[in-house]
Design a protein around this ligand. Structure first.
Ligand code: NAD
Length: 483
């Protein structure tokens, strides 16, 4: 396998300048661990604080910039991302291990998100209300929140940051962006594109470093008015406590234990497709992955048999190899964790159907065969987020039991149903306790312009994406005037 370019000058972007740091780190290609993807500078607390100060200083000016100015900047960023989607997709595939088609699609999505928010910058507006008092006029307007601290995970290193940075800038906020440690090259490349989009110094800043130091500095700073975090529930909970204690605005997008319900009247081949895509593509390393497949008893055995055949036929390999369905897990630690879940499933007495083995390929990478178990609702594999290529099937006597199982979880991000019954589809859409429902679609895979987010333990604060993003990135002002 030919090695790709090493990103060597990956530095912080603070107040319009590129800055190095005292310590450095590397990211490696999970498909071939002998390949270094990036050598990058790791920000310390002082650098994060200086990025926050720069953003706070730029805020008074940028918050009054014209909608046209903001739209032009976002449009320029979106245009470049779309034009370079193949090259950026290649980088993403090398750094995270997503297959090339998935990675290119993610790069394009990031571009579409910026284009969408270029339009949103122009569509702002308020409301006029009749006052209850004679001669008084009332209007309601939205203003930027101020400085937004944006903390993102490694699994979608272009799309998730775009989903936060674009609305933050569109609505007139200044940004300090902290990508995950595993994906510095993706974070830096996005920042480099933004740095050439004619933004005033300090409006957008990049700090790369650990969650404990760089991330926590953002959460704790009194100058950061809003913290948007996507990541694990454990870290989200801590961030919520710390940020809410100082009355910052907080938005959390966290994990899920998403269910795909398959009813007896479903097209079984299509349901198997939905399960394979939703549970196993990207190795299940998606917050919307369907790690619980809840199947009505009448089709349970047929569904499991067909799913097993599909899993046997999947091609697991180097993310850049043509025809590969699933690449490697992102790093050694996540591979070990997923294999440990296979051990837990066996110890708990879940019935093994397929996979769950480490795989050797011609390059040294973090490969594993997709694992399928038959479980009971009390098993840990049916209750806890795994974030790896392991799904379990739960048997349900009928639709009512399937829905009850679907909702029997502290999470509430996405839930799907495969059925040809309009009645059950409509009932499910109304009664699944989640932020997003899917009928005859995989639980993973959403539009970029519609609200995204979850309920219960999966989310906190206003939704991301689309028009709804304004709820988080603006604050409402009510004006009264004697006419
Ligand atoms: P993670 O929680 O380990 O890290 C996410 C980010 O938070 C990283 O940038 C990390 O450095 C930072 N961080 C960690 N501790 C911090 C702290 N104390 N203060 C501030 N920042 C801190 O998550 P991960 O392993 O990168 O991502 C996987 C998780 O993300 C999964 O649970 C997955 O479900 C979730 N996720 C959710 C969504 C969603 O939209 N709901 C999307 C993608 C991933």
């Amino acid at each position: 396998m030919i090695h790709g370019e090493i990103h060597q000058n990956v530095r912080q972007y603070i107040n319009g300048r590129w800055e190095t740091s005292a310590t450095t780190g590397v990211s490696a290609n999970p498909s071939d661990t002998s390949e270094v993807v990036a050598e990058y500078a790791r920000a310390d607390r002082r650098q994060v604080e200086s990025a926050i100060r720069a953003a706070a200083d730029a805020s008074s000016h940028w918050s009054h910039s014209t909608p046209q100015r903001r739209a032009d900047v976002l449009d320029r960023i979106g245009t470049e991302l779309l034009a370079r989607k193949d090259e950026l997709g290649l980088l993403l595939a090398r750094e995270v291990g997503k297959t090339l088609p998935e990675a290119v699609a993610e790069a394009a999505r990031a571009g579409q998100v910026f284009k969408f928010f270029a339009g949103e910058a122009l569509r702002g507006g308020g409301e006029n209300m009749a006052s209850v008092r004679a001669g008084v006029q009332v209007d309601v307007t939205r203003e930027p929140v101020g400085v937004a601290g944006l903390i993102t995970p490694w699994n979608s290193p272009l799309a998730v940051p775009a989903t936060k940075i674009a609305p933050a800038l569109a609505h007139g906020n200044c940004v300090v962006f902290k990508p995950a440690e595993l994906v510095p090259a993706c974070g830096w490349t996005l920042a480099e594109i933004i740095s050439r989009a004619a933004l005033p110094a300090g409006v957008f800043n990049l700090v790369m470093g650990s969650g404990r130091e760089a991330g926590q500095a953002l959460v704790d700073s009194p100058l950061v008015d809003a913290v948007s975090f996507t990541g694990s529930a454990r870290n989200g909970e801590r961030i919520l406590q710390a940020a809410a204690a100082r009355r910052a605005k907080v938005q959390l997008e966290m994990g899920g234990k998403n269910a795909l319900v398959v009813l007896a009247d479903a097209d079984i081949d299509h349901a198997v497709d939905c399960a394979v895509q939703g549970a196993y593509f990207s190795n299940g390393q998606r917050c919307t992955a369907s790690s619980r497949l809840i199947v009505e008893a009448a089709v349970h055995d047929a569904f499991v048999a067909r799913l097993r055949e599909r899993l046997k036929a999947l091609k697991i390999g180097h993310a850049l190899e043509r025809g590969v369905d699933i690449g490697p897990l992102v790093d050694e630690e996540r591979l070990a964790r997923s294999l440990a879940w296979v051990g837990i499933a066996r110890e708990e007495g879940a019935e093994h159907v397929w996979g769950g083995e480490p795989l050797q390929r011609t390059t040294a990478g973090h490969y594993m065969s997709p694992a399928l178990f038959l479980a009971r609702p009390e098993h840990r594999i049916a209750r806890e987020e795994i974030f790896g290529p392991l799904a379990c099937v739960l048997r349900a006597a009928d639709y009512d039991e399937a829905l009850a199982l679907c909702n029997d979880t502290p999470s509430g991000l996405s839930a799907g149903i495969c059925t040809n019954s309009l009645k059950h589809a409509m009932h499910f859409r109304r009664h699944a306790e989640v932020g997003m429902t899917m009928v005859n679609l995989p639980t993973a895979g959403v539009d970029f312009h519609a609200p995204f987010g979850g309920r219960k333990g999966s989310g906190y604060g206003p939704r991301e994406q689309g028009r709804h993003a304004a709820e988080f990135y603006t604050t409402v002002k009510t004006g009264y005037m004697l006419a």
